[in-house]
Write a protein that binds this ligand. Structure first.
Ligand SMILES: [Zn+2]
Length: 332
């Protein structure tokens, strides 16, 4: 996808392809939340497509575009930082490791499955270990014919200069407020109604990056919905009206937010009504709840949430999950 604020960059790519000067490696950099990886995917689609249009946008209908849409194109390789296997840490360090780079370079050295380009996208390329970066250097210096490597990073300075200097730079900048606002209203929020001031506020918090602002707004929406669900019984609403709505959002984030509610309640039970809590806006409701709480049930509920968080990668019927948890919360 090419976002409205990426037109200049696309014109550069269009020009490079038209004149046969597309380099074998490019470095896409700029703030977080500007859609750089989406742009890299569009570039990959463009060079892999069998019949791109006159501005070199992929056609979206050829066999190559179909494979790409299904994420099964054999000539597109995608790497992003991952945690080490067998890591037991709760928040393990993410990196792109030397084995992964070696494996990638080997694939790029093979002939293309479609006798065209072989493309690699390295998301958060700055998370490469030093050994991985050194291993990549060789392929950057002597790339095979038809290799296109797209390194993406929001922290350009962290990538070794030896790597950066071997890639053509493509910089992405924050759009002006009018462009960002217009995109948020028409495409980003898909008809959801927000006041201009709210959108401007989120844009400011996101340092002007439209995608980061969108993420914040969506998160705010999910936390607002969860707050309504958690306070439903006290405000005369039915908590079971909410599970069907909650399934639209990120399970882990909702579980973590629920844990905050439980910790808040535990703190008020343990330290009194003025205890320091996260959900300050709901203190009065939490105070009412704290008066008739069975501490044992509260701890069990906390365990239930932690259990679901630990096993969050297992697919479950989320509607049932939220129903169970909201009922448990109401019966504490
Ligand atoms: Zn196509």
């Amino acid at each position: 996808m090419i976002f409205p604020w990426q037109q200049t960059q696309w014109q550069q790519i269009d020009q490079l392809i038209s004149t046969g000067r597309l380099p074998h490696a490019m470095f896409l950099h700029g703030n977080e939340g500007l859609g750089k990886t989406d742009f890299a995917v569009s570039m990959a689609a463009s060079v892999l497509c069998k019949q791109p249009d006159e501005n070199h946008h992929a056609c979206g209908v050829c066999s190559s575009c179909h494979l790409l849409a299904a994420s099964t194109h054999p000539d597109l390789h995608y790497l992003k930082p991952t945690a080490k296997k067998n890591s037991t840490s709760k928040k393990p360090a993410l990196s792109i490791r030397i084995e992964e780079i070696r494996d990638l370079c080997e694939k790029l050295n093979q002939t293309s499955q479609f006798s065209g380009y072989r493309v690699a996208i390295l998301e958060q390329a700055d998370q490469m270990t030093l050994a991985a970066a050194n291993s990549l250097l060789k392929t950057l210096e002597e790339p095979g014919k038809g290799v296109l490597m797209l390194l993406v990073s929001a922290r350009a300075q962290r990538l070794p200069i030896t790597i950066r200097s071997r890639c053509q730079s493509l910089r992405f900048t924050v759009p002006d407020e009018a462009t960002a606002l217009n995109w948020l209203k028409t495409d980003g929020l898909k008809g959801e109604n927000y006041k201009d001031e709210q959108l401007q506020q989120s844009l400011r918090q996101a340092y002007g990056s439209p995608l980061a602002a969108l993420q914040q707004l969506e998160e705010a929406e999910q936390y607002q919905l969860l707050a309504e669900a958690m306070t439903a019984s006290l405000s005369g609403k039915n908590a079971l009206d909410y599970p069907a709505k909650l399934i639209r959002y990120n399970k882990v984030k909702i579980l973590e937010a629920m844990l905050n509610w439980v910790s808040d309640l535990s703190r008020i039970v343990a330290c009194g009504p003025e205890a320091s809590i996260v959900n300050e806006a709901h203190r009065s409701m939490l105070k009412i709840r704290s008066k008739k709480i069975d501490p044992l049930r509260l701890y069990r509920f906390q365990d239930q949430l932690n259990f679901n968080l630990r096993h969050s990668s297992i697919a479950v019927n989320e509607q049932l999950l939220w129903e169970n948890l909201l009922l448990s919360w109401d019966n504490l």
